[in-house]
Design a protein around this ligand. Structure first.
Ligand SMILES: Nc1ncnc2c1ncn2[C@@H]1O[C@H](COP(=O)(O)OP(=O)(O)OP(=O)(O)O)[C@@H](O)[C@H]1O
Ligand SMILES: [Mg+2]
Length: 409
């Protein structure tokens, strides 16, 4: 139990599942030492719609992670997504005080860049520096110590609806957890699945989850664009359920087991039996038929992402192509279909960059959770969000835990 400050916990509050990843920083490496997942009951399209149900799912996922890691979790890095997310790029400009850039100058120029009018109902989630310019010299990554008169910062600003941020924090708080930081989910996922050379050359990360499909574009090593679409695997399952005339949970089961992104990408066809709705007779369908129900929706979702890439001007500026991740990217043929839609090289992104229980977090659905832990490990910060409503049972739980794990030496 003697585990302390070097523990970082990523909490992915997803539409399909809540996932807590406990990581330990050790000699520069980040090791996963605990995982807890629980079906998510209180979110729709990436946004909390039921506080109590979400709190309960969070608590269960965290309990499981605590048990596996043998520690108590008090604070987390939490993810946020949803159609309310907006992002844009801004520029800040200041005079360098002593003709040499100090950390204070960098802070000031970033503050200046975010001094744009943000509506009262929106909250700044991220201000991410892209690059700096000193007296006309651009492309500077680390300006501290450089000489000059005028410092310019290009930053990427992500804002979210205040209420949506508050609801995520509220659920964590009610589950007895402090929130150290809130991180946009595609930004977190990119920490876990993108390589530094992809980020440098130019790459788009597409995280297709259950209720949302998220996009993050990187170039020259920094984030250039981000967006969240309110469509995901849930809609694929729904289409399959309607097409196969089978209950939703059965459609989900066959989609995960036998689904393919398009009939022509199937290496092998076979027949499956699916139960009917309302007690009707089961029916036989082929995998090709199932794929034919999934393909149009995937094309629709990826087509919208392509549009987003085109309107933001990045489609022709990502030579490293596209990396698809998130639970829905596990679908057979997904990278191949994405490659056709984007007309760019595409690969499936599995979480990496961590040690420890690596095999337990190998699926693309763990990209955000692992990414949140990596984000926390590389940016240890002060807590930004405070407990508002600490659950009274927390103290009792902690004490009971002491009895169970008591010092028997
Ligand atoms: N093997 C698989 N084949 C096809 N789809 C899959 C597979 N495994 C998971 N999925 C789908 O992935 C989705 C869940 O992905 P993920 O866990 O990344 O979502 P989430 O993070 O909970 O949701 P979101 O990020 O949208 O809020 C579900 O729709 C599920 O059906
Ligand atoms: Mg997700």
């Amino acid at each position: 139990m003697a585990r302390g400050d070097d523990l970082i916990v990523g909490l992915d509050v997803g539409t399909t599942k809540i996932c807590a990843i406990v990581a330990e920083r050790r000699a520069g490496a980040t090791d996963v030492i605990g995982i807890g997942t629980h079906p998510s009951r209180g979110l729709r399209r990436g946004v909390v719609v039921d506080i109590d149900a979400t709190t309960d799912s969070i608590r269960k996922a965290v309990d499981e992670a605590e048990l596996m890691a043998g520690c108590e979790i008090n604070a987390v890095y939490a993810g946020i997504a949803g159609g309310h997310i907006e992002s844009h790029n801004e520029i800040g400009m200041i005079a360098i005080k002593d003709r040499e850039v100090k950390p204070g100058d960098v802070r000031r120029v970033i503050e200046q860049a975010q001094a744009v009018a943000i509506p009262a109902d929106r909250e700044v989630v991220h201000v991410l520096p892209q690059e700096y310019e000193i007296d006309g010299q651009d492309g500077i990554k680390q300006p501290i110590g450089m000489s000059g008169v005028r410092l310019i910062a290009n930053v990427h600003i992500v804002t979210a609806a205040v209420t949506s941020v508050q609801n995520v924090v509220k659920c964590c708080n009610k589950a007895g957890l402090n929130v150290i930081d809130i991180v946009l989910e595609p930004i977190a996922s990119s920490e876990a699945v993108l390589s530094p050379d992809e980020r440098e050359l130019g790459v788009a990360l597409v995280d297709m989850g259950g209720g949302t499909t998220d996009l993050a574009v990187f170039r020259n090593g920094s984030i250039k664009h981000s967006a969240v679409l309110s469509l995901g695997g849930y809609h694929l399952t729904n289409d399959a359920a309607v097409g196969l005339r089978t209950p939703f949970d059965q459609a989900e089961r066959v989609k995960r087991r036998y689904g393919c992104a398009a009939p022509r990408l199937l290496r092998q066809d076979e027949l499956l039996v699916v139960p009917g709705v309302g007690g009707r007779q089961p029916s036989e369908v082929s995998r090709k038929e199932l794929a034919s129900f999934l393909e149009p929706r995937i094309e629709e979702i990826l087509g919208l992402v392509r549009e987003e890439l085109q309107t933001s001007g990045f489609h022709g500026r990502i030579p490293a192509g596209v990396v698809v991740t998130g639970g829905s990217s596990a679908l057979e043929g997904m990278p191949e279909l994405a490659e056709e839609v984007f007309e760019l090289p595409t690969r499936r992104g599995l979480p990496g960059g961590v040690g420890g229980l690596v095999d337990r977090v190998q699926g693309p659905e763990f990209a955000t959770g692992v990414g949140l832990a990596l984000w926390g490990a590389s940016r240890p910060g002060r807590q930004r969000f405070r407990i508002t409503d600490r659950a009274p049972f927390r103290g009792i739980r902690a004490r009971m835990r002491e009895w169970f794990y008591g010092d028997f030496s």
